[in-house]
Structures are given as structure tokens and as C-alpha cells.
Design a protein around this ligand. Structure first.
Ligand code: CP
Length: 319
């Protein structure tokens, strides 16, 4: 049933960053996500697949899409999901993060799904585990959001025949975006060479030269003949010292409108990881228009997270 007969299952103790996935592992996960999407949820191969496993969510930042799609994905595969109220955790009484992790490990957690405002927190936790527990990074600071990149790649694959010849334009607050970093890495692994990052200078990452992309401050240049257009929100929660742009001015220069979309290819798709800030980075006509695949991204999120949980939690135990 699971499409592992043709392609070997990737070895995955954790999913911390796109760096750990090669093209074949990405294709395996996207194929498995498609398999889960096409199989009725009451099929025993799905609803009992991870029976007896315990998945614990630790979200130290707000989330609508990621936390709930992980919950749905884990429950559809038959796991128990522990979703603690973060305000009632003993971390607020001074317990350290690692003591909290060890406590949940001893209660039987098989896999943690972690979102944290600090870069590399899931990687740090992965180095401090007591047992063969698994970690999935659900977004760390402005570093990585690997399951978002996987669902973005699946959405692109459903609309475009190849990654190799695509022109992809990512617009907005790139500097504070873990989504942009993860997607650029994922696209490059799949063979996409023409990636344009469009942002005002204050939202360009300092390490832009290391990313092997085209960077521009001019939206129409970035959009020219693009196949895929990705709009990003301004990550206000991560902007500490620099002055935020006036939102009306920002929309005038970088807002994705119908008129601006005429610079992209007529069959270009419009993506956004969510949450959307309408009339700041994207006009409602575009967000809700025929080229938008934003809600398809949301739907794919459930199946991609099923694929990741299934792949990680069915690895053979080394003990
Ligand atoms: N795309 C994304 O991570 O959305 P949430 O913050 O709602 O999880």
C-alpha cells in the first residue's frame, strides 16, 4: 500500500531542516503524501498505521495551520496527540526546556513537534534527548520550517511538470522568513535554478550572497515571466530594532495585485504560507483569485505531515 516498494524509505531520525533531505527523500515524502491524500481515511492501513505512538506538541509561538494539521495528521494515523496548554506548563515556574523535554519523554512521548522563536532550538533539543525520541521542527525563529517547504513543493509539483525549468519569485520579508529559507533550499535540491527574491533592502537577508539566488528591490523585475509567485507577510514579531515600513507605502511598492501579476506568466500560480495580511503583502483579488493555490497549500499540509510522521515513526528502532 505504502509506495515504498519502488523507492527506499529515507533514513530519518528527526526532521530538523531541509538540509538533511536529498531529492530522492523529498520525492519519497511527496509521493507518500499523495498516497495518503488518495486513500480513504478509514482505510486500516492509514487509521491504525501508528497505533500506540504518542506525539507531543510543544508550540512556543502561535500557529493555526501547522499545529492543527500536525494534530489532524497524527490522529488520522492512529496516534495519541498531547497538546499541552503552553501557559500551564511548568516552564512558566522556571523549569528548563530540557527538564520539560525529559519529563515528556519519560511519560512515553515518541515524537515531539516543536515550534520555537529561537533559531536552532529543535536542533539543540535533539542533542539532549534521553532516548530514541524523534523531533520534527515546526518552525524555529527565522531559520527553518521544513514541513512548510515540503507542502509548498508538493503544491508546485501538482501544477508544474518539472522543477528544473521553473522561475520562482518570492516577495516580501525574506530576512525574517524561515519559510523562504526552507523553500529556497528545497527548490534548489529539486533542480530549480531561477529563484528571485524581491524585497526592500531592510527585508533582504544579510547572507543573501550565500543563497545563490537573484535578489532585487524591483517587484516587476522579479515577477517577469515567473511560473510561481510566493508572497510573504511581514514578520513583525521578529523585527526588534529596525523600523517597520508604513503598510500603505509597502503595499504600493511590494503588494501583489492583479495588475502586477500581469508581469508573470499567464499560468503562474500564487502561493502564500499564511497567515495572510490582506492589503499589506497581497490584494484580496489575487489571494482569492483563479491563480491562487493558497488553500491547496493548507490541504497539502495535512498529507505532507502524515508522510513525515509516518516515515519517522516507522523507522526501525536501533535498540
Ligand atoms: N504557515 C504557517 O506556519 O502557518 P501557522 O503559523 O498558522 O502555523
Amino acid at each position: 500500500m505504502i509506495p515504498s516498494k519502488k523507492k527506499p524509505k529515507p533514513v530519518m531520525r528527526h526532521l530538523l531542516a531541509m538540509e538533511s533531505l536529498d531529492k530522492s527523500a523529498i520525492n519519497y515524502l511527496l509521493d507518500l503524501a499523495e498516497h495518503f491524500a488518495a486513500t480513504p481515511s478509514h482505510d486500516p492501513s492509514i487509521c491504525t498505521a501508528l497505533c500506540g505512538k504518542l506525539v507531543t506538541h510543544l508550540f512556543f509561538e502561535p500557529s493555526t495551520r501547522t499545529i492543527h494539521s500536525f494534530e489532524i495528521a497524527a490522529k488520522r494515523l492512529g496516534t495519541i496527540v498531547l497538546q499541552p496548554n503552553m501557559m500551564n506548563l511548568s516552564t512558566v515556574k522556571g523549569e528548563s526546556m530540557i527538564d520539560t523535554i525529559h519529563t515528556f519523554e519519560k511519560m512515553g512521548t515518541d515524537c515531539f513537534v516543536i515550534r520555537h522563536p529561537d533559531n536552532f532550538m529543535p536542533q539543540f533539543i535533539a542533542g539532549e534527548l534521553l532516548g530514541h525520541t524523534h523531533i520534527i521542527n515546526a518552525g524555529d525563529g527565522y531559520n527553518q520550517h521544513p514541513t512548510q517547504a515540503l507542502l509548498d513543493l508538493l503544491t508546485i509539483r501538482q501544477h508544474k511538470t518539472t522543477f528544473e525549468n521553473l522561475s520562482v519569485c518570492i516577495i516580501g520579508d525574506i530576512a525574517h522568513s524561515r519559510v523562504a529559507r526552507s523553500l529556497v533550499e528545497g527548490l534548489q535540491k529539486m533542480g530549480t535554478e531561477d529563484i528571485r527574491l524581491v524585497a526592500p533592502q531592510i527585508f533582504m537577508p544579510e547572507d543573501i550572497k550565500n543563497l545563490q539566488v537573484t535578489a532585487t528591490n524591483k517587484l516587476n523585475d522579479g515577477l517577469a515571466n515567473a511560473d510561481v509567485v510566493v508572497a510573504l507577510r511581514i514578520q513583525k514579531e521578529r523585527i526588534k530594532n529596525s523600523v517597520l515600513p508604513d503598510v500603505n507605502q509597502y503595499f504600493q511598492s511590494y503588494g501583489l495585485t492583479q495588475e502586477r501579476m500581469t508581469h508573470a506568466k499567464p499560468d503562474a500560480i500564487v502561493m502564500h504560507p499564511g497567515p495572510i495580511n490582506r492589503d499589506i503583502e497581497i490584494d484580496s483579488q489575487v489571494a482569492d483569485g483563479p491563480q491562487s493555490v493558497i488553500l491547496q497549500q493548507v490541504k497539502n499540509g495535512v498529507h505532507v505531515r502524515m508522510a513525515v510522521l509516518h516515515t519517522i515513526l516507522t523507522q526501525s528502532d536501533p535498540s
